[in-house]
Design a protein around this ligand. Structure first.
Ligand code: ZN
Length: 418
């Protein structure tokens, strides 16, 4: 008997397309609220204190259906919303009042937004209401009242299951390209969405700076056609740290470059481009602090960092990790050399620390701090078009040099092929 023939992919695709076309016809007519939710804009966030109550009022362009959860360590209230375009500067989230210590907001996934409210003490949500204003705006009002630690803990326990489900995100999938034999480079613009990263005094956000840089770098790298270039995010959306690592591994990347521009407020003298590679032991105290802060990105968005577990035997993984570490170091050295001509380098431009995002055991990985938003000189450079042009060109040249032997480019045999 002949084995059944697999259904050709093209047929499956056609069926899937047909299904997407039919589903809207079969599904109940969506409500007006759901329709409008596609382009909801948030234009203001205000904290109101009335007696024992603290109210958070979000001004929105359309009504939404919010979901609230209490989470602990530290005590927070999470407000999940459909996709919302936040036209409120992230720095306004630093405002506090009553039971609200600070807030952050932004996209949590492509179609979902999240507001995380850090509480000044244990509190519970007593009311959530969405009301229409005469001018067409809709006010989402969240009322908070202080409660004892035990009541708060009970709320957290009751919400835990639903919150875990609400925090699941679809994996970001790299395009399958089995026939593509070019080296694969994954550019990872740090932060995004609900996590704006560092915020400079003038309101410039790290997430925006690094995305603009990464998009330009992709353009440059793609010009020669020598590389397959992928990005972990191309918009202002949150991507968990381990998901960034998972993306690079699934793409079988040959190089992972995470782009950042953090702020070290405790050390404003720290400035200039720095390339970090992974190490359990940090090269210095500032690097350790920086890695610690970077590694807390997921927790700030309300989710736990889940370390990817490999099925590979530990000894094999360790061997691969050692080899990968060697390549990461070679690339870091190549990059520092290449950037020296165009960027102002940190006085110790190659440093090490335990960054979660650099932990793929089989993908050479570096994290580049383009500069520090705590340094005025760096902000001026990072926001300059001329600097971005020069720096992306130099980074592209360094990547070319690193892959030169593998690409059969005998002009430069100095670099080691991964
Ligand atoms: Zn960062």
């Amino acid at each position: 008997m002949r084995a059944p023939r697999p259904v050709p992919t093209v047929v499956l695709r056609a069926l899937a397309l047909l299904a997407t076309l039919l589903v809207p016809l079969l599904a109940p007519v969506p409500s007006r609220a759901a329709d409008a939710a596609a382009d909801v804009v948030a234009i203001a966030a205000a904290i109101e204190e009335t007696g024992a109550e603290t109210r958070l009022v979000l001004t929105l362009s359309a009504p939404v259906e919010p979901r609230v959860f209490a989470i602990d360590r530290p005590e927070r209230i999470v407000l999940d919303l459909p996709k919302v375009n936040f036209q409120i500067p992230a720095e306004e989230g630093a405002r506090s009042g009553g039971l609200v210590a600070s807030m952050r907001w932004g996209l949590f996934a492509a179609d979902r937004a999240r507001v995380v409210i850090a509480l000044a003490g244990p509190a519970t949500v007593t009311d959530v209401a969405v009301t229409a204003r005469d001018d067409g705006a809709h006010l989402l009002t969240l009322s908070l009242a202080a409660v004892g630690a035990e009541v708060f803990a009970a709320r957290v326990a009751a919400d835990a299951g639903a919150f875990r489900t609400a925090s699941l995100r679809p994996a970001i999938a790299p395009d399958p390209a089995p026939a593509d034999t070019r080296p694969t480079i994954v550019i990872d613009p740090g932060h995004g969405g609900i996590d704006p990263g560092a915020i400079a005094a003038g309101g410039v956000e790290e997430a925006d700076i690094v995305l603009a840089f990464a998009l330009r770098l992709r353009e440059r790298l793609s010009e020669s056609g020598r590389f397959r270039v992928l990005m972990t995010r191309e918009t202002d959306v949150f991507v968990p740290l381990t998901e960034r690592v998972g993306f690079a591994r699934r793409a079988q990347a040959d190089l992972f470059v995470s782009i950042h521009a953090d702020s070290i407020s405790s050390a404003p003298q720290v400035s200039g481009l720095t390339v970090y590679t992974n190490s359990d032991e940090a090269s210095d105290r500032e690097s350790a602090t920086l890695a610690e802060r970077e590694n807390s990105a997921d927790a700030l968005a309300g989710i736990e960092t889940r370390e990817a577990r490999d099925e590979v035997a530990d000894i094999l993984r360790d061997l691969a990790a050692r080899e990968t570490r060697g390549y990461s170091h070679v690339f870091a050295t190549t990059l520092v050399e290449g950037m020296g001509g165009v960027a102002r380098l940190n006085k110790n431009p190659h440093r090490q620390a335990g960054f979660v995002v650099l932990r793929a055991h089989d993908v050479p990985s570096v994290l580049v701090e383009l500069g520090y938003l705590s340094s005025r000189r760096d902000i001026a450079l990072l926001t300059s078009e001329a600097w971005k042009d020069g720096a992306t060109a130099a980074m592209t040249a360094s990547i070319d040099r690193f892959f030169a032997p593998r690409l059969g480019d005998r002009a430069d045999a100095a670099a080691v092929s991964p």
